[in-house]
Design a protein around this ligand. Structure first.
Ligand code: THG
Length: 628
């Protein structure tokens, strides 16, 4: 029996603690528990057997810290092979009748990844890869990645698992008191990234007791199309005479975890402080609960290291400014490797209301593979918005998407065969949502119907890769109206048609419409309104453009999406406050100039000129020299 099949119709019972049970048996603080696999074989076999006897379907081998940072190659293979042999022996010895599976347990490396520590992402992948290969070789049936409190390290482990075996991957993370990972991810952000990566189940373990973690479980259940894992501690440990004491009893634990099962959690067990008795009572408590169907949520969503952004609730702003098109200063920054310029461009778009940042560094003769990856890694270290990876260089795309800490938006695929052949495997492997352009080898069709035909073909091809419809967002492409007066109206007609017929979300680059014409912002703002009324879900636009931002907020308010006008009022009053600040800047400047020279004013003007930031923003940032 395959665990993924068993999961469809059953609640899966995991095991309980290993570490705290071994401590009871004499494991000393500081001793590597995995060495006990070899030195205390019987203790391990007895514990694993006790869990199977108590009703566990899945028992994890004692491999949590079995990685090449803790063990040399020879010892690593020994502790892993014996760990799995111990669970196999326990399974053979147990007379319990439920289906029984063996998991490899993969915990954190113990080192922090960049940017918090010095472990590189690809080095973390290599460390996990070695452990995964050994676990698969020695008989693991599930790769169970547990207790990680960093989304980036979790992604490294999942990639290692995907690249080194074909086993189902379970992932449960440790959440803090604020309901987030140590590095900031919410449950929905983790669900978004992990579902994209194609794991089998997502969840929470360790951290706290079952009651404290109910919010995390609810957060996962709300958005997950995958089975949810719940494996809490037996409460919050209290320090009693230097020993950790867990104060939730086995029966309280079982009752509390049962509540999560009634809400929909499907894979349950215990972490620190639990024992075979906890699992026995838990298995009994949930024995008669029918396993409900796990329904696909069909969400279109992407994520950053910290949060999920959902598409289709209200229109989203994709900031277009990290793009060298038409910007001499930006091109120069790329050539000179002036990272702070680009990061500042990202931070100020975030401050101005962008939901997502487009990242495009394509200029002739640049090593795009390196620069795009470095830019993505640099941005995600300082800005919490999800990124849209914008490149036509597929090698650069794959590297950036791989190093991205979350589920990215990929910009873009088109109806060209070469594009689909290259982009779909990347999106499938790393789990991105994809902007799909309705153009093919013959260019952009002049009619809405022609663009819809390409959209259909793109969807058919995506399906062959197992890419879900909701991960395809169509862009019916607006070129400048200065070349073709029908450009905007055909694009909007195509948008309506594609959205209605496919049910997919839509995106457009707004600023393209006005290339070559005077007063571009007015055209952009009005085009945005047209597109939004046709059902546009995401707009690639300039968050610094006041007319465009005003249209955006006014449309949402009038369309009833901005319930109680809250966002409109916040935006409008922020504008008023900004205007007042401008006046105060001017007054300050007058006074300052009287006392001193015009250095401040010059630096502010320079900042405005170079970065296009409003006077108010320049004031908020202090002097031009201060950066973000
Ligand atoms: N669809 C998708 N992706 C896209 C586009 C699209 N990516 C690129 C582009 N179109 C959207 N991004 C921009 C970025 C900048 C400008 C227009 C579109 C722009 N820049 C000014 C210029 O060239 O004059 C520079 C302004 C400045 O100096 O500050 O207009 O359609 N999927």
């Amino acid at each position: 029996m395959d665990i993924t099949k068993y999961l469809k119709d059953n609640i899966v019972i995991l095991d309980g603690a290993t570490g705290t049970e071994l401590q009871k048996a004499g494991l000393k603080v500081g001793e590597l528990p995995e060495r006990w696999n070899v030195t205390h074989k019987d203790a391990l076999i007895n514990l694993h057997k006790a869990y199977y006897d108590a009703g566990s379907n899945v028992v994890s081998a004692n491999t949590f810290g079995a990685n090449s940072l803790h063990f040399c190659d020879r010892e690593l293979e020994e502790v892993i092979s014996v760990a799995l042999d111990n669970v196999k022996a326990a399974r053979d010895l147990s007379a319990a009748k439920q289906p029984k599976f063996i998991a490899a347990d993969i915990g954190p490396t113990g080192k922090l990844l960049e940017p918090y520590g010095d472990l590189k992402f690809e080095d973390a992948v290599k460390i996990f890869a070695k452990t995964v290969r050994l676990c698969a070789k020695h008989g693991a049936e599930i790769i169970f990645i547990q207790t990680m409190n960093d989304s980036y390290e979790t992604k490294a482990a999942v990639i290692a698992a995907k690249e080194n075996c074909n086993l189902p991957i379970f992932v449960s993370n440790a959440y803090g008191e604020n309901g987030k990972l140590m590095t900031g991810a919410t449950p929905s952000a983790m669900s978004c990234m992990l579902e994209g990566l194609g794991v089998t189940a997502v969840g929470v373990n360790c951290s706290y007791g079952p009651d404290e973690l109910s919010g995390v479980v609810d957060g996962l259940l709300e958005c997950s199309s995958l089975p949810v894992i719940f494996m809490p501690n037996a409460g919050i440990p209290k320090n009693v005479n230097g020993e950790a004491v867990y104060d939730v009893s086995a029966s309280e634990f079982a009752e509390s975890v049962k509540k999560a099962v009634l809400k929909g959690a499907r894979i349950v067990g215990g972490c620190c402080g639990t024992s075979p008795e906890y699992i026995r009572l838990l298995a009994q408590a949930v024995a008669n609960i029918p396993a409900g169907e796990i329904r696909p949520k069909n969400l279109t969503r992407i994520s950053s290291y910290s949060h999920e952004v959902r598409c289709g609730i209200k229109p989203l702003i994709i900031g277009e400014r990290i793009n060298p098109t038409g910007k001499k200063r930006f091109k120069q920054a790329l050539i000179e490797n002036d990272r702070s310029y680009i990061l500042k461009e990202g931070a100020s778009q975030a401050e101005n209301g962008a939901d997502i940042l487009d990242v495009n560094v394509g200029i002739p003769d640049i090593d795009e593979k390196t620069v795009l990856a470095d830019t993505v890694v640099g941005l995600q270290a300082v800005i919490d918005l999800p990124l849209q990876i914008d490149t036509s260089d597929f090698v650069a795309m794959e590297k950036a998407v791989r190093l991205y800490n979350g589920k990215p938006l990929i910009n873009s695929v088109s109806g060209k065969k070469a594009s689909m052949d290259a982009v779909f495997p990347i999106a499938k492997k790393y789990g991105g949502a994809i902007i799909a352009l309705t153009l093919d080898e013959n260019g952009i069709p002049p009619t809405a119907e022609g663009r819809f035909e390409i959209a259909k073909r793109i969807l058919e091809e995506a399906e062959k890769y197992g890419i879900k419809r909701e991960d395809i967002i169509f862009d019916t492409l607006c070129m400048t109206v200065s070349a073709n007066v029908q450009a905007a109206s055909v694009t909007v007609d195509a948008l309506k048609l594609v959205k209605e017929k496919t049910g997919c979300r839509t995106s457009l680059g707004i600023s393209n419409v006005s290339f070559g014409l005077p007063d571009r912002e007015t055209l952009n703002a009005t085009f945005l309104t047209l597109a939004l009324s046709a059902g546009l879900d995401m707009a690639i636009m300039n968050p610094f453009s006041e007319p465009v931002m005003k249209s955006f907020h006014a449309f949402n308010a009038l369309d009833g999406r901005d319930t109680d006008f809250g966002e409109y009022i916040a935006f409008a009053t922020r504008k008023t406050a900004d205007a007042e600040q401008v006046v105060s800047v001017r007054n300050d400047e007058k006074n300052y100039q009287r006392r001193d020279n015009s250095r401040t004013r010059r630096s502010r003007q320079r900042l405005r000129r170079e970065n296009g930031v409003s006077a108010a923003t320049a004031y908020e940032c202090g002097s031009g020299e201060s950066g973000v």
